[in-house]
Design a protein around this ligand. Sequence first.
Ligand code: AMP
Length: 336
Amino acid sequence: MSEKKKNVLSCIQPTGDLHLGNYLGAVKNWADLQKKYDCTYGVVDYHTMTMPYKAKNLRENTWKMAFQLLACGIDDENLFIQSLIPEHAELCWILGNVCSHGRLNLMTQFKDKALQLKDKDKDAFVSGGLFYYPVMQAADILIYHADYVPIGKDQVQHLELSRDIAQRFNHQFDKEYFTHPEPLFTKNTKILSLANPEKKMSKSLGEKHYVNIFGDENRIRKQVKSAVTDTGDSEGMSPGVQNLFDLLEASGRMEAHTTLLEDYEKGTLRYSDLKSEVADGLVELCRPIRERYDEINSDKKKFKNKIKDSSNDIRKTARKTLREVKELVGILNPKD
Ligand code: AMP
C-alpha cells in the first residue's frame, strides 16, 4: 500500500495582481509541490480586512487572485476561498483562548505593520484584527492538519505561534490532536526591483518596480532593457546584475546562464546580451501563464463554480476538525 502523502498548506492575500516576485518566490513553488504532496491553497480574504482596504474591491480582487493562481498552475481542486469556509473564523475564536495576550504581543509583524500604517497616516487606525490575525493564520493551518507550510523567512515567527498554539491545545485538552506544522523552506528566490535593485520587487514601490506577469510582452522587454545593472559602488557582482542572472536561471535558460556567467568572470560580458536573454526568458515564462489567464477570463463563471465546488469539498475537512475540536473543548457533547 502506498504511504499517505503529507499535507501542505499555504495562503495568500488577495491584494491585486500577482507580480513576478510573487510568482518566482512563492506561487511557482506551490504549483511544483502539488506533484509530491497533498496541497491545499487558500485566498485569505478575511486577512485583507486587517489593514485599510476598499470594500468595493475585495470580492473582485479575491476572484482575480484565485484565477491568477489557476493560471500559474494551481489545480482548482486544491484551491479555496477562506470566507467560503466559515469554520476558519470559528476555530480562530477557539484558538485565541489557548494563546496568551503576551504571546501575541511578541509578534514583530504586528509592530511593523502598525508602524507602516502610522507612517502613511498618523491618525491611522490599528485594528484589533491586525493584532489577532496570527491566530487566524494558525486556524487556517491547523484546521487541515497541515504537515508542512511553505514560507519565507518573514513568516517564521507566525508559524512558530501556530505550533505553540497546537502544543498548548493538545496539552490543555489532553490529546495529541493537532499536527505540529513544519516550515518548508525551498530555494529562496528573492526577486529585486529592476528599477532599484537595492529593494525587493513589490507593488507598493510603484509601477516601474514590478513586472506584471499577466501584462504586455513589450512592457516586460522595456522594463528589462532599462534595468539598473551597475551603480559602481558594490564589490563583486552588483545586486542588479545578480538579479538578472537569478531571473535567467528562474526562467530556465541554463545554457545562456552558464555562458554569460563565464563572460562575466572573464570580464567580457555585455549587459545588453544579458538583458536580451533575460527578456526572452521572461517573455517565454509569462506567455503560457497569460494565455491561460485569458482563457479563464473568457469563462469566469465556469472557473468561479469550480472554485466554489473545491471550497465546498475542502470545507468537509474543516467541518470535521471543528466538530472534533468543539467536542474536545466541551462546547459540543458527542451524544447530542
Ligand atoms: P506579499 O503579497 O508581499 O505578502 O507576497 C506574497 C508571497 O510572495 C510571499 O510568499 C512573499 O514571500 C512572496 N514575494 C513577494 N515579493 C517577492 C519578491 N520580490 N521576491 C520573492 N518573493 C516574493
